[in-house]
Write a protein that binds this ligand. Sequence first.
Ligand SMILES: [Zn+2]
Length: 650
Amino acid sequence: MRRSIPIFAAIFLFMASALFAALSRPIASYDIKARLVPAEKKILGSEILTWLNDTDLPVSELRFHLYLNAFKNSRTTFMRESGGSSRGFKADKNNWGFITVKNIRIQDGDDLTPSMAFIQPDDGNADDRTVMKIDLPTPLPPGKKIAVAIEFTSKLPKVFARSGFAGDFYMVGQWFPKIGVFQNGAWNCHQYHASSEFFADYGTYHVEITAPEKFVVGATGKRNGETKNADGTRTYVHDQENVHDFAWTACPDFIEFREKYALAEPSVKTEMILLVHRSHVKQKDRYAQALRNGLEFYSRSYGPYPYETITLVDPAPGAMGAGGMEYPTLFTAGTTTWMPKGVRFPEMVTIHEFGHGYWYGMVGSNEFEEAWLDEGINTYSEIKAMAKYYGEDRSMIDIGGLKIGSVAYNRMSVIGSGRFDPIVKKSWEYISGGSYSLNVYAKAGLMLLTLEKWLGEEVMSRLMRTYFERWKFRHPTSKDFIHTAEEVSGKDLGWFFSQVLYSPDKLDYAVSGLKAEEIAAGEGLFDGRATEPPGKEEGGAPAKPAPKVYRNEITVARYGEWIFPQEILVVFDDGEKVRETWDGKDRWTRFVYQKTAKVVSAEVDPDHKMVLDANYANNSRVLELKRPAVVKAALGFTAWVQGFLSLISF
Ligand SMILES: [Zn+2]
């Protein structure tokens, strides 16, 4: 059937190009050779970076991230901001990390090494060497490419924050000289901060990794070659288009599982590669099922997963600082040796980090400047995915009668927290790491759930798909998200976003007062009629007593600064239910009903749309309050859960 081959080829090419539709041209592509030297915890590397000036302006200097220099000494910006610890893990002062650029030159041309200089665009900290600039001999005109060759050595720190080693386990992330993003006429190339992640342009990666034979190696992208070398090492060749970073891992104690994954609607074909540390191998099926769930949920909710591989890395015991981290087509999960089935952290971390392949990997927002666009949107997605597969009220914890869903878990971190920062802020400008986390993860996630309840699930689903489709392989900002939300919903949402994204206040409406008073017969003189209670009517028959009349008062208050229109449900003892609306603007309002029925209860937000509400406990009042007999006593277990949570920040 040779005749049809060209047709099939054309269909295939069309499908392949449709899969990566709306791709921008590759801006930053890398050809890297890396050799792991375990004895020294080093990687000897060389790279050729091909960079396209995709702007309208000539570019006269290049800026590079040298992220590993964050771990060089106690005075770097990362170490000053973090105090040498991250998520409860401490830096090892005997195992610093760094990256040294031996030379940098235009490929087959000028040596640029003499112009190398460290700069500190964010904080002027002269001890920080995480950003390097070099001058070009002649400016690179718009639309032109430059290829630069760099030789470098990366020394990995003992892992406590994402990258590094622990024993024979290596997580090699943010490990090579990486060019910044030239945007709006300037370099966007921030220093490595304690509370921030990354930002880079898309391109094509070809990476050859050489490691001693005993290591099992995993990396971003598809493996296109493996050779055995005479010196007892192996070289693995990985290629990947349309990504903005490249990470790899090596450990002799990984057990590798490969599984083909296919979904019919939408069409997805990929290979799941699980690198599970042998001490956690009993949890392999939990990881695998969570990853299948993630692939299905994100593909159906936002768009088909387009890459040929997805690699899950399970860090070794003692390397949890590397866990819960996303890289293109590869992520690290995390677990402990003892992990009861009803404690769904391995599942949650797997779904969350896989989800970053969408919100971070494919939709490349700036994690330094607007972290909610990846963490918040991904927390929202994760909450929905966890609810779908593990049950809304028990998606996080379901053990021994204790049930905690993802929404409740995220609300726990927002309720009672200080209100110092808004959701949108540069990541290193929050008052603390805790304020950064609660804003960009939990608050932003709950904000999107609130928006979903506000707009309805169908509109929200269209909004998220449109945002993904429009901005994949590009760099959207908060304004782009807002614009998409307004366009898709056809509503002015300025009032919503200006409050929840840009002000640090809170949403809290309450039923502050509820009473029903019988209107007694008046005492004193009233013109034209007596004040006595009704007596016998003329004719002698006893009169029926007049029904009692009550004055029912319901007071609704606004305790937070954010103004949201409110609905109030009032229930009377004759079964009547009344729904009221209030624009929510004043500090309080009151509803009064004079009738023969007594009010029983009142509730603001009866449909529970305001997932962001800071205090659910004050949302309703019942006239005769009966205390629910539900008391949670599992404090020891809760402490364990919280301890575990503090180790993982996702
Ligand atoms: Zn995350």
